[in-house]
Design a protein around this ligand. Sequence first.
Ligand code: ADP
Ligand code: ZN
Ligand code: ZN
Length: 666
Amino acid sequence: MSAAQVVRVALDLPLHCLFDYAVAEGALAGARLRPGLRVRVPFGRGERIGVIVELAEKSDLPPEQVKPVLEILGDPPLPEDFFRLCVFASSYYQAPLGEVVLQALPPGLKKVRAAKRRVIAPRQGSSVPGVRPRLTAEQAEAIAAIARGQGYAPFLLHGVTGSGKTEVYLRLIETALAAGRQALLLVPEINLTPQLESRVRERFPETHTAMLHSELPEAARERAWRAAFTGEARIVVGTRLAVFAPLPNPGLIVVDEEHDPSYKQQDGIRYSARDLAVFRARDLGIPIVLGSATPSLESWAHALQGRYTLLRLEKRAAAARLPEVRLIDTRRTRLEDGLGVPLLEAIQQRLDAGEQSLIFLNRRGYAPVLACSACGWISRCKRCAANLVVHLQDRRLRCHHCGFAAPFPRACPTCGNQDIHPFGRGTQRLEATLAARFPKARLLRADRDSVKSRKQWEILLERIHRGEADILVGTQMLAKGHDFSRLTLVGVIGADAALFAADCRAPERLFAQLMQVAGRAGRANLPGEVLIQTGHPEHPLYHALMRHDYPGHAETLLSERRQAGFPPYAFQAVLRAEAPHMEDVLAFLKAAAVLIPPECYPDVTLYDPVPMRLSRVKGLERAQLLAESPERPQLQAFLTRWRKALADVKTPARLRWHLEVDPMEL
Ligand code: ADP
Ligand code: ZN
Ligand code: ZN
């Protein structure tokens, strides 16, 4: 037996390797050395926290270069399946394993601090469920189907808004708890849906439920993570990062609103928590339920091909019928300050009846741009390829991409004309218009300018529920899973822009948003109505909405995607780069495109490098190169080799690049 053992440690560094350290005999005080233990190690001139991934007899490095582990931190080891998930994420998303492992830990556990911590033993709490409604026939069928699943069993639960998907999740959680297992419920943005959190807590008052999301204060997040990890928390509700929560005894994974773009991390390791959740369920051999009123086309295609079992809830659970959706043709209707007469009349009717209206405009600010009528000047951000948005409340122009803000100019900066005007319409202007139009109505606006924290959002929701608003104005913030009992009218304006956007996923997102916001209307015993203002009333997307026909719409989009050879009929990855000068960026991408001989991966197509749609942000020019293949394994093999080759390319000092697999936007 040697005097020391070698451990391979994952560190939070942008390097695709593990780091060898020695553990002196006797350093363990009798504890067993195992993968999954956290360690404090010397690195460079400082120290770092890492996680042991492997044990080894000896290192390939000369012994004098193998430094000793300074401390083994006192937690139980991270479970093996946690590593399998991290290894998969690392290889699939071409991200260093150390970064994947360490980003999965709460920040407090990654900092060098020598304190020993208490380990909480798992507690088998009894769960006395709160009051539960009688299931509808559709709900009962869905639950029975899921209960029949053995081992890994993926389900796509497609249920119209208000069909009672949440009730299905709650029953499934109940079953998992009764079997002594943990349940993991992933949600898009916890802050936007405090109602879900309270529904879980009310249903399982005796059960320890951990909430896990990045906006928690550090200590609270660490507590929640630890509760999940020890098994003390039997229910874990969290945003995308919670997919990495180590669980000793998982029995069920639910991904609510599985189509939601927020499951895709947009920086650092660009993973899809939904896709990782499916991997995890398969790896663990447990059921997973993906729920949505408007599933992603990827999941829908899986369901059509039989890879996921499709379960449908086509009726609303409580008495309410689906709202009637009508279009207002803005080419034939008189508009007053951008609002069509039928919409104004409908709002007036709701005011007279003491009911609520919601006007949805997914653009915050007062107006998207300030413009000079004399010379055509418009307010542009100097650092981004974007307009500066007019914010009237604090009389500033703001860039929504880099945060730049400047006071209003008194006159046009190019021609001196004093007659400069906000052009177009954002939520602030809409609010002002409605306030002028309906002076007696009480208005509340909800967007990221008026609601900056979870607390503010809870207060606002509370006010809405108390009936303190006659008209709500807001962005998609208002669209998510809220139940406003007196809301009977939803008006939609400014939606056309997304119909013809360059991004092929824009219509998919628009449809999901409109379905979701339309679903707010008429939830209780009052019938709801949705009025959409559009200059394209013939557009099939709107007609599918009028019919509440997600499957028909999905079929149209899927056949378009098939013809265009787009996902889910092809697999994509994108290499993005940014630097102060576009020529450097394009030169790098052109060099990247010829790194691997094309004959090695005949099914992988590399497209020409192109500037991104938002071609400059914070003074950096951005471009990208798309790699595509009908074969996922070949694309994966190509990406691994490409990533290694890219690491050796000499780049100008300020050039940065990254790979994104399964990009959401191109
Ligand atoms: P979804 O998540 O599909 O939009 P929810 O689960 O929020 O729908 O349910 C919508 C409304 O219907 C909620 O107010 C919920 O309490 C109610 N509900 C759900 N299931 C039932 C049921 N079986 N009986 C009566 N009401 C129900
Ligand atoms: Zn001018
Ligand atoms: Zn900017």
